[in-house]
Write a protein that binds this ligand. Structure first.
Ligand code: ARG
Length: 422
Protein backbone atom coordinates (compact mmCIF):
# COMPACT_ATOMS: atom_id res chain seq x y z
CA UNK A 1 0.00 0.00 0.00
CA UNK A 2 1.19 3.54 -0.71
CA UNK A 3 2.33 5.38 2.51
CA UNK A 4 0.06 8.42 1.81
CA UNK A 5 -3.10 6.33 1.78
CA UNK A 6 -2.05 4.71 5.08
CA UNK A 7 -1.81 8.18 6.64
CA UNK A 8 -5.24 9.17 5.23
CA UNK A 9 -6.82 5.99 6.52
CA UNK A 10 -5.47 6.52 10.05
CA UNK A 11 -6.73 10.13 10.01
CA UNK A 12 -10.24 9.12 8.96
CA UNK A 13 -10.37 6.47 11.66
CA UNK A 14 -9.90 8.85 14.63
CA UNK A 15 -13.05 11.00 14.57
CA UNK A 16 -13.32 13.43 17.47
CA UNK A 17 -15.68 12.32 20.33
CA UNK A 18 -17.74 15.55 20.13
CA UNK A 19 -18.44 14.80 16.46
CA UNK A 20 -19.79 11.38 17.41
CA UNK A 21 -21.90 13.02 20.13
CA UNK A 22 -23.27 15.58 17.68
CA UNK A 23 -24.15 12.93 15.09
CA UNK A 24 -25.91 10.80 17.72
CA UNK A 25 -27.79 13.84 18.98
CA UNK A 26 -28.90 14.82 15.46
CA UNK A 27 -29.98 11.25 14.67
CA UNK A 28 -32.06 11.17 17.83
CA UNK A 29 -33.77 14.42 16.86
CA UNK A 30 -34.55 13.09 13.37
CA UNK A 31 -35.88 9.89 14.90
CA UNK A 32 -38.07 11.79 17.35
CA UNK A 33 -39.50 13.95 14.58
CA UNK A 34 -40.27 10.86 12.48
CA UNK A 35 -42.04 9.13 15.38
CA UNK A 36 -44.00 12.31 16.06
CA UNK A 37 -45.08 12.51 12.42
CA UNK A 38 -46.13 8.86 12.33
CA UNK A 39 -48.12 9.18 15.55
CA UNK A 40 -49.84 12.28 14.22
CA UNK A 41 -50.61 10.59 10.89
CA UNK A 42 -52.00 7.46 12.50
CA UNK A 43 -54.13 9.46 14.90
CA UNK A 44 -55.48 11.67 12.16
CA UNK A 45 -56.30 8.70 9.98
CA UNK A 46 -57.91 6.73 12.73
CA UNK A 47 -61.58 6.70 11.85
CA UNK A 48 -64.14 6.79 14.59
CA UNK A 49 -67.68 5.53 14.16
CA UNK A 50 -70.59 7.82 14.92
CA UNK A 51 -74.13 6.46 14.99
CA UNK A 52 -77.31 8.50 14.70
CA UNK A 53 -81.01 7.77 14.99
CA UNK A 54 -82.81 10.03 12.59
CA UNK A 55 -86.40 10.62 11.59
CA UNK A 56 -87.58 12.13 8.36
CA UNK A 57 -91.17 12.73 7.31
CA UNK A 58 -92.44 12.31 3.79
CA UNK A 59 -95.57 11.91 1.75
CA UNK A 60 -96.20 9.32 -0.90
CA UNK A 61 -98.98 8.37 -3.24
CA UNK A 62 -98.54 4.80 -2.05
CA UNK A 63 -100.73 3.69 0.83
CA UNK A 64 -98.98 3.23 4.16
CA UNK A 65 -100.42 -0.29 4.39
CA UNK A 66 -98.53 -1.14 1.18
CA UNK A 67 -95.09 -0.43 2.57
CA UNK A 68 -95.60 -0.29 6.34
CA UNK A 69 -95.03 -4.03 6.84
CA UNK A 70 -91.39 -4.97 7.45
CA UNK A 71 -89.73 -7.15 4.80
CA UNK A 72 -92.56 -6.75 2.30
CA UNK A 73 -91.56 -5.89 -1.26
CA UNK A 74 -92.98 -2.39 -0.92
CA UNK A 75 -91.20 -1.81 2.40
CA UNK A 76 -87.93 -2.75 0.73
CA UNK A 77 -88.58 -0.58 -2.30
CA UNK A 78 -89.55 2.47 -0.24
CA UNK A 79 -86.60 1.99 2.13
CA UNK A 80 -84.20 1.66 -0.74
CA UNK A 81 -85.48 4.85 -2.37
CA UNK A 82 -85.19 6.93 0.76
CA UNK A 83 -81.82 5.45 1.72
CA UNK A 84 -80.40 6.27 -1.68
CA UNK A 85 -81.81 9.83 -1.58
CA UNK A 86 -80.15 10.34 1.80
CA UNK A 87 -76.86 8.82 0.68
CA UNK A 88 -76.89 10.98 -2.43
CA UNK A 89 -77.40 14.06 -0.25
CA UNK A 90 -74.25 13.19 1.70
CA UNK A 91 -72.31 12.40 -1.44
CA UNK A 92 -72.85 15.95 -2.63
CA UNK A 93 -71.55 17.31 0.67
CA UNK A 94 -68.23 17.51 2.50
CA UNK A 95 -69.27 14.35 4.35
CA UNK A 96 -68.99 12.39 1.12
CA UNK A 97 -66.33 9.97 2.27
CA UNK A 98 -67.61 9.54 5.80
CA UNK A 99 -71.13 8.11 5.41
CA UNK A 100 -71.11 4.34 5.78
CA UNK A 101 -74.75 3.43 6.03
CA UNK A 102 -78.25 4.88 5.88
CA UNK A 103 -80.61 2.16 7.00
CA UNK A 104 -84.38 2.43 7.45
CA UNK A 105 -85.51 0.39 10.44
CA UNK A 106 -89.24 1.17 10.33
CA UNK A 107 -91.98 3.51 9.20
CA UNK A 108 -94.65 5.06 11.38
CA UNK A 109 -97.83 6.84 10.43
CA UNK A 110 -98.30 10.55 11.14
CA UNK A 111 -101.33 12.85 10.71
CA UNK A 112 -100.27 14.08 7.31
CA UNK A 113 -97.60 11.77 6.09
CA UNK A 114 -95.26 9.04 7.18
CA UNK A 115 -92.17 9.09 9.36
CA UNK A 116 -89.12 7.11 8.27
CA UNK A 117 -86.95 5.93 11.16
CA UNK A 118 -83.39 5.57 10.00
CA UNK A 119 -79.96 4.73 11.37
CA UNK A 120 -77.08 6.81 9.99
CA UNK A 121 -73.58 5.49 10.45
CA UNK A 122 -70.48 7.59 9.78
CA UNK A 123 -66.75 6.93 10.01
CA UNK A 124 -65.02 10.22 10.70
CA UNK A 125 -61.33 10.76 10.19
CA UNK A 126 -61.21 14.17 11.80
CA UNK A 127 -61.10 14.83 15.50
CA UNK A 128 -64.05 17.20 15.22
CA UNK A 129 -66.16 17.29 18.38
CA UNK A 130 -69.53 15.49 18.26
CA UNK A 131 -71.55 18.69 18.66
CA UNK A 132 -70.07 20.24 15.51
CA UNK A 133 -70.61 16.99 13.62
CA UNK A 134 -74.28 16.94 14.67
CA UNK A 135 -74.72 20.41 13.26
CA UNK A 136 -72.97 19.56 10.01
CA UNK A 137 -75.06 16.43 9.45
CA UNK A 138 -78.30 18.23 10.16
CA UNK A 139 -77.32 21.06 7.81
CA UNK A 140 -76.37 18.71 4.98
CA UNK A 141 -79.72 16.94 5.23
CA UNK A 142 -81.68 20.21 5.39
CA UNK A 143 -79.87 21.71 2.42
CA UNK A 144 -79.23 18.77 0.11
CA UNK A 145 -82.56 16.97 0.48
CA UNK A 146 -84.31 19.98 -1.06
CA UNK A 147 -83.03 18.89 -4.46
CA UNK A 148 -83.97 15.23 -3.98
CA UNK A 149 -86.43 14.12 -6.61
CA UNK A 150 -89.25 11.88 -5.43
CA UNK A 151 -91.50 10.06 -5.12
CA UNK A 152 -91.65 9.98 -2.18
CA UNK A 153 -91.68 13.70 -1.34
CA UNK A 154 -89.30 14.24 1.53
CA UNK A 155 -89.66 17.12 3.96
CA UNK A 156 -86.08 18.26 4.66
CA UNK A 157 -87.20 20.62 7.44
CA UNK A 158 -88.58 17.67 9.38
CA UNK A 159 -85.20 15.96 9.77
CA UNK A 160 -84.21 15.23 13.33
CA UNK A 161 -81.09 13.41 14.42
CA UNK A 162 -79.89 12.07 17.73
CA UNK A 163 -76.49 10.59 18.47
CA UNK A 164 -76.71 7.04 19.84
CA UNK A 165 -74.05 4.64 21.06
CA UNK A 166 -72.91 1.30 19.68
CA UNK A 167 -75.14 -0.79 21.96
CA UNK A 168 -78.24 1.18 21.01
CA UNK A 169 -77.37 0.83 17.32
CA UNK A 170 -76.86 -2.92 17.72
CA UNK A 171 -80.21 -3.24 19.50
CA UNK A 172 -82.03 -1.47 16.71
CA UNK A 173 -80.37 -3.67 14.09
CA UNK A 174 -80.96 -6.87 16.07
CA UNK A 175 -84.66 -6.07 16.23
CA UNK A 176 -84.83 -5.88 12.45
CA UNK A 177 -85.19 -9.18 10.63
CA UNK A 178 -82.44 -10.52 8.39
CA UNK A 179 -79.50 -8.39 9.58
CA UNK A 180 -76.13 -9.91 10.32
CA UNK A 181 -72.57 -9.09 11.50
CA UNK A 182 -69.08 -9.97 10.31
CA UNK A 183 -69.76 -9.91 6.63
CA UNK A 184 -66.07 -9.92 5.94
CA UNK A 185 -64.78 -11.21 2.62
CA UNK A 186 -66.00 -14.72 2.33
CA UNK A 187 -64.78 -17.55 0.22
CA UNK A 188 -67.07 -20.37 -0.71
CA UNK A 189 -67.15 -22.68 2.22
CA UNK A 190 -69.24 -25.79 2.26
CA UNK A 191 -70.94 -27.84 4.92
CA UNK A 192 -69.58 -30.82 3.04
CA UNK A 193 -65.94 -30.16 3.93
CA UNK A 194 -65.92 -26.42 4.76
CA UNK A 195 -64.64 -24.26 7.58
CA UNK A 196 -66.53 -22.90 10.59
CA UNK A 197 -68.37 -19.57 10.64
CA UNK A 198 -68.00 -16.72 13.13
CA UNK A 199 -70.41 -15.66 15.82
CA UNK A 200 -73.22 -13.45 14.57
CA UNK A 201 -72.83 -14.43 10.92
CA UNK A 202 -76.01 -16.52 10.77
CA UNK A 203 -77.81 -15.47 13.97
CA UNK A 204 -81.13 -17.15 13.07
CA UNK A 205 -79.65 -20.65 12.98
CA UNK A 206 -80.91 -22.96 15.72
CA UNK A 207 -80.22 -26.60 16.59
CA UNK A 208 -83.15 -28.87 17.48
CA UNK A 209 -82.14 -31.47 20.03
CA UNK A 210 -83.90 -34.63 21.21
CA UNK A 211 -82.81 -35.53 24.76
CA UNK A 212 -79.93 -33.09 24.31
CA UNK A 213 -78.64 -34.59 21.06
CA UNK A 214 -78.58 -32.55 17.85
CA UNK A 215 -81.07 -33.90 15.31
CA UNK A 216 -81.98 -31.06 12.99
CA UNK A 217 -81.45 -27.43 12.14
CA UNK A 218 -84.14 -24.77 12.49
CA UNK A 219 -84.55 -21.05 11.84
CA UNK A 220 -85.66 -18.30 14.21
CA UNK A 221 -88.48 -16.26 12.63
CA UNK A 222 -89.37 -14.23 15.72
CA UNK A 223 -88.71 -14.33 19.46
CA UNK A 224 -90.78 -17.47 20.02
CA UNK A 225 -91.13 -19.36 16.73
CA UNK A 226 -88.80 -21.61 14.79
CA UNK A 227 -89.32 -22.98 11.30
CA UNK A 228 -87.98 -26.47 10.55
CA UNK A 229 -88.67 -29.55 8.43
CA UNK A 230 -91.62 -31.87 9.03
CA UNK A 231 -89.50 -35.00 8.75
CA UNK A 232 -87.48 -33.99 11.83
CA UNK A 233 -90.50 -34.86 13.98
CA UNK A 234 -91.50 -38.05 12.20
CA UNK A 235 -90.33 -40.42 14.96
CA UNK A 236 -89.93 -37.99 17.83
CA UNK A 237 -93.04 -36.02 18.66
CA UNK A 238 -93.09 -35.18 22.37
CA UNK A 239 -92.25 -31.45 22.68
CA UNK A 240 -91.09 -31.95 26.27
CA UNK A 241 -88.05 -33.94 25.12
CA UNK A 242 -87.04 -31.42 22.47
CA UNK A 243 -84.92 -28.33 23.13
CA UNK A 244 -83.55 -25.63 20.84
CA UNK A 245 -80.06 -24.20 21.16
CA UNK A 246 -78.59 -21.07 19.57
CA UNK A 247 -75.09 -19.83 18.75
CA UNK A 248 -72.27 -21.12 16.55
CA UNK A 249 -71.45 -24.13 18.74
CA UNK A 250 -73.72 -26.93 19.97
CA UNK A 251 -71.61 -27.34 23.13
CA UNK A 252 -71.56 -24.95 24.79
CA UNK A 253 -74.55 -23.18 23.26
CA UNK A 254 -75.06 -19.42 23.47
CA UNK A 255 -78.65 -19.94 24.61
CA UNK A 256 -80.99 -22.86 25.19
CA UNK A 257 -84.76 -22.96 25.25
CA UNK A 258 -87.49 -25.55 25.76
CA UNK A 259 -90.10 -26.34 23.10
CA UNK A 260 -93.75 -25.85 24.00
CA UNK A 261 -95.49 -26.92 20.81
CA UNK A 262 -94.68 -28.55 17.48
CA UNK A 263 -96.92 -28.15 14.43
CA UNK A 264 -96.24 -30.32 11.38
CA UNK A 265 -97.83 -29.49 8.02
CA UNK A 266 -101.01 -31.55 7.72
CA UNK A 267 -100.20 -32.44 4.11
CA UNK A 268 -96.78 -33.90 4.95
CA UNK A 269 -97.03 -37.67 4.43
CA UNK A 270 -93.89 -39.79 4.77
CA UNK A 271 -92.23 -41.14 2.59
CA UNK A 272 -93.13 -38.23 0.29
CA UNK A 273 -91.00 -35.13 0.85
CA UNK A 274 -93.78 -32.78 -0.19
CA UNK A 275 -94.82 -30.12 2.37
CA UNK A 276 -91.72 -30.84 4.46
CA UNK A 277 -92.28 -28.02 6.93
CA UNK A 278 -93.03 -27.59 10.61
CA UNK A 279 -93.04 -24.77 13.12
CA UNK A 280 -92.04 -25.05 16.77
CA UNK A 281 -92.96 -22.67 19.55
CA UNK A 282 -90.34 -21.96 22.24
CA UNK A 283 -91.41 -22.20 25.87
CA UNK A 284 -90.28 -18.61 26.39
CA UNK A 285 -88.97 -15.93 24.02
CA UNK A 286 -85.26 -15.60 23.28
CA UNK A 287 -83.80 -12.13 23.80
CA UNK A 288 -82.26 -10.76 20.60
CA UNK A 289 -78.50 -10.22 20.69
CA UNK A 290 -75.79 -9.77 18.06
CA UNK A 291 -75.44 -13.57 18.07
CA UNK A 292 -79.13 -14.53 18.10
CA UNK A 293 -81.90 -12.87 16.12
CA UNK A 294 -84.46 -13.57 13.43
CA UNK A 295 -84.37 -13.95 9.66
CA UNK A 296 -86.94 -12.28 7.35
CA UNK A 297 -89.72 -14.34 5.85
CA UNK A 298 -90.38 -13.55 2.19
CA UNK A 299 -93.91 -12.71 1.04
CA UNK A 300 -95.68 -15.53 -0.78
CA UNK A 301 -95.29 -13.44 -3.96
CA UNK A 302 -91.53 -12.92 -3.46
CA UNK A 303 -89.51 -14.29 -6.36
CA UNK A 304 -86.11 -15.85 -5.84
CA UNK A 305 -84.45 -16.04 -9.23
CA UNK A 306 -82.66 -19.15 -10.45
CA UNK A 307 -78.95 -18.43 -10.65
CA UNK A 308 -79.03 -16.31 -7.49
CA UNK A 309 -76.44 -16.96 -4.81
CA UNK A 310 -77.78 -18.42 -1.60
CA UNK A 311 -76.22 -19.73 1.58
CA UNK A 312 -77.07 -22.86 3.50
CA UNK A 313 -75.84 -23.36 7.05
CA UNK A 314 -75.87 -26.22 9.50
CA UNK A 315 -74.26 -28.51 12.04
CA UNK A 316 -74.66 -31.45 9.67
CA UNK A 317 -72.20 -34.00 8.35
CA UNK A 318 -69.24 -33.09 6.13
CA UNK A 319 -69.99 -36.03 3.85
CA UNK A 320 -72.65 -38.67 3.33
CA UNK A 321 -73.00 -40.86 6.44
CA UNK A 322 -70.69 -38.57 8.44
CA UNK A 323 -71.18 -37.13 11.93
CA UNK A 324 -72.76 -33.86 12.99
CA UNK A 325 -70.37 -31.00 13.70
CA UNK A 326 -70.06 -29.02 16.89
CA UNK A 327 -69.29 -25.79 15.03
CA UNK A 328 -71.71 -24.21 12.53
CA UNK A 329 -70.70 -24.28 8.84
CA UNK A 330 -71.85 -22.57 5.70
CA UNK A 331 -71.74 -23.08 1.95
CA UNK A 332 -72.61 -20.80 -0.93
CA UNK A 333 -74.95 -22.49 -3.39
CA UNK A 334 -76.80 -21.46 -6.55
CA UNK A 335 -80.55 -21.49 -6.89
CA UNK A 336 -81.35 -24.03 -9.63
CA UNK A 337 -84.51 -23.70 -11.75
CA UNK A 338 -87.14 -26.38 -11.15
CA UNK A 339 -87.20 -27.23 -14.88
CA UNK A 340 -83.51 -28.11 -14.73
CA UNK A 341 -83.88 -29.93 -11.44
CA UNK A 342 -86.69 -32.01 -12.91
CA UNK A 343 -84.61 -33.20 -15.87
CA UNK A 344 -84.22 -37.00 -16.17
CA UNK A 345 -80.53 -37.07 -15.17
CA UNK A 346 -81.24 -34.84 -12.16
CA UNK A 347 -84.38 -35.58 -10.13
CA UNK A 348 -86.59 -36.78 -12.97
CA UNK A 349 -89.85 -34.91 -12.29
CA UNK A 350 -89.93 -35.50 -8.54
CA UNK A 351 -89.61 -31.79 -7.68
CA UNK A 352 -93.03 -30.41 -6.65
CA UNK A 353 -94.05 -26.71 -6.45
CA UNK A 354 -93.29 -26.91 -2.69
CA UNK A 355 -89.63 -27.68 -3.42
CA UNK A 356 -86.65 -25.59 -4.47
CA UNK A 357 -83.30 -26.89 -5.69
CA UNK A 358 -80.00 -25.27 -4.77
CA UNK A 359 -76.39 -26.34 -4.98
CA UNK A 360 -74.30 -27.09 -7.99
CA UNK A 361 -74.87 -29.61 -10.77
CA UNK A 362 -71.15 -30.31 -10.62
CA UNK A 363 -71.62 -31.44 -7.03
CA UNK A 364 -69.50 -30.57 -3.96
CA UNK A 365 -71.64 -27.72 -2.57
CA UNK A 366 -74.45 -29.12 -0.50
CA UNK A 367 -76.17 -29.65 2.78
CA UNK A 368 -76.02 -33.14 4.31
CA UNK A 369 -77.48 -35.29 7.10
CA UNK A 370 -78.08 -33.26 10.24
CA UNK A 371 -78.61 -30.05 8.28
CA UNK A 372 -82.30 -30.85 7.76
CA UNK A 373 -84.72 -28.20 8.89
CA UNK A 374 -82.00 -25.55 8.66
CA UNK A 375 -82.02 -22.34 6.62
CA UNK A 376 -81.27 -21.63 2.97
CA UNK A 377 -81.07 -17.84 2.78
CA UNK A 378 -80.65 -15.14 0.16
CA UNK A 379 -79.93 -11.40 0.49
CA UNK A 380 -81.76 -8.52 -1.16
CA UNK A 381 -80.16 -5.34 -2.51
CA UNK A 382 -80.16 -3.79 0.98
CA UNK A 383 -78.27 -6.80 2.34
CA UNK A 384 -81.28 -8.05 4.29
CA UNK A 385 -81.50 -11.85 4.46
CA UNK A 386 -84.61 -13.87 3.63
CA UNK A 387 -85.47 -17.50 4.28
CA UNK A 388 -85.83 -19.05 0.82
CA UNK A 389 -85.73 -22.72 1.75
CA UNK A 390 -85.61 -25.34 4.48
CA UNK A 391 -83.10 -28.20 4.14
CA UNK A 392 -85.25 -31.19 3.17
CA UNK A 393 -83.65 -33.96 1.11
CA UNK A 394 -81.12 -34.94 -1.55
CA UNK A 395 -79.58 -38.02 -3.10
CA UNK A 396 -76.53 -38.51 -0.84
CA UNK A 397 -74.55 -35.28 -0.39
CA UNK A 398 -72.64 -33.18 -2.89
CA UNK A 399 -73.01 -35.65 -5.78
CA UNK A 400 -72.95 -34.34 -9.38
CA UNK A 401 -76.47 -33.76 -10.77
CA UNK A 402 -77.92 -34.30 -7.28
CA UNK A 403 -78.29 -30.83 -5.77
CA UNK A 404 -79.91 -30.21 -2.39
CA UNK A 405 -83.69 -30.00 -2.32
CA UNK A 406 -85.32 -27.51 0.02
CA UNK A 407 -88.87 -26.73 1.07
CA UNK A 408 -89.88 -23.65 -0.94
CA UNK A 409 -90.77 -21.13 1.77
CA UNK A 410 -92.86 -18.86 -0.48
CA UNK A 411 -95.11 -21.86 -1.28
CA UNK A 412 -95.82 -22.48 2.42
CA UNK A 413 -95.69 -18.83 3.50
CA UNK A 414 -99.44 -18.58 4.12
CA UNK A 415 -99.39 -21.79 6.14
CA UNK A 416 -96.64 -20.30 8.39
CA UNK A 417 -98.74 -17.15 8.85
CA UNK A 418 -101.83 -19.21 9.70
CA UNK A 419 -99.96 -21.17 12.39
CA UNK A 420 -97.87 -18.43 13.97
CA UNK A 421 -99.44 -15.12 13.03
CA UNK A 422 -96.08 -14.02 11.54
N1 ARG B 1 -82.64 -35.44 5.24
C1 ARG B 1 -81.39 -34.92 5.70
C2 ARG B 1 -81.42 -34.68 7.21
O1 ARG B 1 -82.29 -35.22 7.85
C3 ARG B 1 -80.96 -33.73 4.95
C4 ARG B 1 -80.55 -34.08 3.61
C5 ARG B 1 -80.11 -32.97 2.77
N2 ARG B 1 -79.33 -33.58 1.77
C6 ARG B 1 -78.75 -32.98 0.78
N3 ARG B 1 -78.00 -33.64 -0.03
N4 ARG B 1 -78.88 -31.67 0.63
O2 ARG B 1 -80.57 -34.05 7.77
Amino acid sequence: MHPASVVRATKRACVKPWVIGLITFMSLIVLAVCIGLIVHYVRYNQRRTYNYYSTLSFTSDKLYDDFGREASKNFTEMSQRIESMVKKAFHKSPLKGEIVKAHIIRFSKEENGVLAHMLLIFRFRSTEDPETINIIIQRVLHEQLHDAVGPPELDPESVEIKKINKTETDNFLNNCCGTRRNKTTRQSLRIVGGTPVEEGEWPWQASLQWDGIHRCGATLINGTWLVSAAHCFRMYKDPARWTASFGVTLYPPKMRQGIRRIIVHEKYKYPSHDYDISVAELSSPVPYTNAVHRVCLPDASHEFRPGDDMFVTGFGALQNDGNSQNHLRQVRVKHIATEICNEPQVYNNTITPRMLCAGSLRGKRDACQGDSGGPLVSADARDIWYLAGIVSWGDECGQPNKPGVYTRVTAVRDWIAAQTGI
